[in-house]
Design a protein around this ligand. Structure first.
Ligand SMILES: [Zn+2]
Ligand SMILES: [Zn+2]
Length: 420
């Protein structure tokens, strides 16, 4: 299997896009393929652009520092291998064909096959260059994807939804879900500080959150039993409360939720006593050890946690680290039922090597009516920007604003958390 975690591909994509955007005469530039669809693993990286002088743009591309090997280079196209072993194709295309080609190279393959079948019913044939009327032979290219989808009689389909999971049928009826957008997010529900293993203070994190336009963040440092250098116990949570209250006075308009990421022990008990958890605004509970348990034991462990009245959110439910650690074994439907029956939330952890809930798990949670909390698990200021990945993952799961708790205004969120 040559697929790589998207965490490894994104820095490469960003570096290439940044470099190419500085190339004179380059206009449109877009990554296609599974990166654009935001799959959690990707194969090759495809980049499309338009340029006044394609040959010059291609020559500029192969000069990138990260190029280990130029596999092929032509007038409008080049293929390189990066120093991290990722294959990247750049295609400079004529502007009138940009939309058609972007749609084609974004895929997915299954989505495009289903589109082709639908088109045939309309007397049309599809190719990477556009849409051809079979009877007349008249071919049309598209500058943008909107017009391409419109010609097929359907709504524009967001790239994250192009997996042939029913999106074409809904788009034909004009009934695609209105999926989550970054602007819907009002706060981050999983943030660490120097009180545990984070790199920034409560104040720095809070200020960075306010700079991002948030109404609230939840400070959720690790509990003591995890064995990180400095974990939270009752005494430290009380001291942190003072700092949080001071910080809120310094940063009016931002609500800082007092929380904790309490560690789930091997038997499903928690690191902190109930009376300590009861005094907090939000409690997220996560598995960080004894991850190789049998499915039966892990399921019982998680169900026990979800039955604790003081727990609000199950953090990074599968425990996977993309490319490094497999998900834990558990009976997912039993765990999700326990979440639903006990009124708990499931976290969509947006940390780029977690992306946990996965798209399919999030879709299952959504269908069961379980609220999803997106948290970045930020351990540094710039990690707050991982929220964009959580949003894109939520779009893959067809989540709308109403499915995500941190789209709620602060008062409604606190009410939802039973803290009013
Ligand atoms: Zn954690
Ligand atoms: Zn965490």
């Amino acid at each position: 299997d040559t697929r790589i975690p998207i965490a490894d591909a994104l820095p490469v994509v960003e570096e290439i896009l940044g470099w190419m955007q500085c190339t004179p005469g380059v206009h449109q530039l877009e990554v296609a393929g599974s990166v654009r669809r935001f799959r959690d693993t990707v194969g090759d990286v495809d980049i499309l652009g338009t340029a006044d002088r394609p040959g010059q743009a291609v020559a500029h591309f192969v000069e990138l520092d990260l190029v280990r090997e130029v596999i092929a280079q032509g007038d409008t196209k080049a293929t390189i291998l990066t120093d991290t072993g990722i294959q990247v194709d750049l295609r400079i295309v004529p502007p009138p064909q940009f939309g058609s080609l972007l749609q084609y190279f974004t895929g997915s393959r299954e989505h495009n096959i289903a589109l082709r079948e639908h088109a045939r019913g309309l007397g049309l044939s599809l190719s990477e260059y556009g849409i051809t009327e079979i009877a007349s032979g008249q071919a049309t290219s598209y500058e943008d994807e909107n017009a391409f989808y419109a010609r097929l009689g359907m709504q524009f389909i967001p790239p994250e939804m192009r997996e042939n999971r029913g999106e074409i049928q809904l788009a034909l009826k004009g009934r695609l879900p209105v999926v989550l957008e970054q602007g819907d997010i009002r706060g981050d529900l999983h943030v660490h500080t120097v009180w545990s293993d984070g790199q920034a203070s409560v104040y720095e994190m809070a200020r960075a959150a306010r700079e991002r336009g948030y109404e609230y963040i939840a400070v959720t440092d690790h509990s003591v039993g995890l064995g990180v250098v400095s974990g939270m116990d009752a005494d430290k949570l009380e001291k942190q409360r003072v700092e949080i209250e001071e910080t809120m006075r310094r940063l009016p308009g931002l609500r800082i939720l007092r929380g904790v990421e309490v560690n789930i022990r091997a038997d499903g008990s928690l690191d902190l006593p109930d009376e300590v958890l009861a005094g907090l605004d939000i409690v997220i509970a996560g598995v960080h050890g004894a991850m190789n348990q049998s499915a039966d034991r892990m399921t019982a462990r998680l169900v026990r946690v979800l039955e604790n009245p003081h727990v609000d959110v199950l953090a990074h439910p599968s425990g996977r680290l993309l490319g490094k650690r497999d998900p834990v074994q558990m009976d997912v439907s039993a765990v999700f039922r326990a979440a639903r029956d006990n009124g708990k939330m499931l976290e969509m952890n947006a940390m780029i090597d977690r992306l946990d809930l996965t798209d399919r798990a999030a879709a299952a949670a959504r269908d069961m009516g379980i609220p999803i909390a997106i948290g970045t698990d930020a351990h540094a200021l710039h990690h707050l920007d991982y929220m964009q990945y959580g949003v894109r993952l939520a779009r893959r799961a067809w989540c709308e604003k109403a499915h995500i708790v941190n789209t709620l205004p602060a008062p409604a969120l606190l009410e939802r958390l039973g803290r009013v």
